[in-house]
Design a protein around this ligand. Structure first.
Ligand code: FE2
Ligand code: FE2
Length: 241
């Protein structure tokens, strides 16, 4: 498809983006007790989630690349994983500065790690990354609006810039993967992917309700925004599903 970018484009993008320093670490965090009560638990959970070593995703990409002889795609995935780890590290530093511990376990993370462990398909990886990153966009936007802490706002803004590219990167891969499927298969898949997207969205809402609410969302507006995100990514007609 002509609108698709090449793996060279993504590799260059991730290399350049990794060098960008958008957070001023000389700033001192200044959350009020009330703000802390709303956001800290979620920051701990997302910090853990963003810190994965990416081993299983890398393996799936390696297997996929062998069949498709796209070495630069694998290298781009490697840099993509590094960028996710940067998010985890930044959130971790923020917790350290607030004298709050970095957690090691969380039910959502354990569940997602189990799913990741058994997942060796690039297609399923791509669909789950698009889904989780769509919720991440609303989460970090809400977190940015939830407090007056400039340092936290900068961390969120930096992640939001990265995530927009991550979604484009994965949506494009989804188009490439699905272009070999016939119409019926794509239609059947679209039902499951939409359900997965919606169920995940609901789980993420309940796990981070205080942040979403502090970011001026209620369940209705949140689900509306998530549905719109689905339509703009996986549900877009030209994406083939
Ligand atoms: Fe991330
Ligand atoms: Fe991401």
């Amino acid at each position: 498809m002509s609108s698709q970018k090449t793996s060279q484009y993504w590799f260059d993008h991730y290399q350049t983006n990794l060098l960008q320093k958008r957070v001023d670490w000389n700033l001192i965090p200044n959350l009020t007790n009330d703000e802390k009560e709303k956001v800290i638990k979620s920051i701990q959970a997302w910090q853990l989630g963003e810190t994965s070593d990416g081993k299983h995703l890398y393996k799936a990409a390696e297997k996929y690349t062998k069949k498709n002889t796209d070495e630069l795609y694998l290298k781009s995935i490697e840099l993509f994983i590094k960028e996710e780890q940067k998010h985890g590290e930044n959130l971790g530093k923020y917790l350290d500065l607030n004298n709050v511990e970095r957690i090691k376990h969380n039910w959502g993370d354990t569940l997602f790690r189990k799913v990741r462990y058994f997942n060796t398909s690039m297609e399923l990886w791509t669909i789950s990354v698009i889904t989780v990153e769509s919720t991440a966009q609303l989460f970090y936007k809400s977190l940015k609006d939830a407090t007056n802490c400039v340092l936290l706002k900068q961390i969120c803004r930096d992640i939001l810039i990265d995530e927009a590219y991550h979604i484009d990167f994965q949506v494009e891969r989804m188009q490439i993967i699905l272009q070999n499927n016939n119409y019926l298969i794509r239609k059947i898949k679209s039902v499951f992917y939409f359900l997965f997207f919606i169920i995940t969205s609901v789980i993420v809402w309940f796990a981070n309700k205080k942040v979403f609410t502090a970011g001026k969302n209620d369940f209705g507006t949140y689900m509306k925004k998530m549905t719109l995100k689905y339509r703009k990514t996986l549900g877009r007609k030209k994406n083939g599903i």
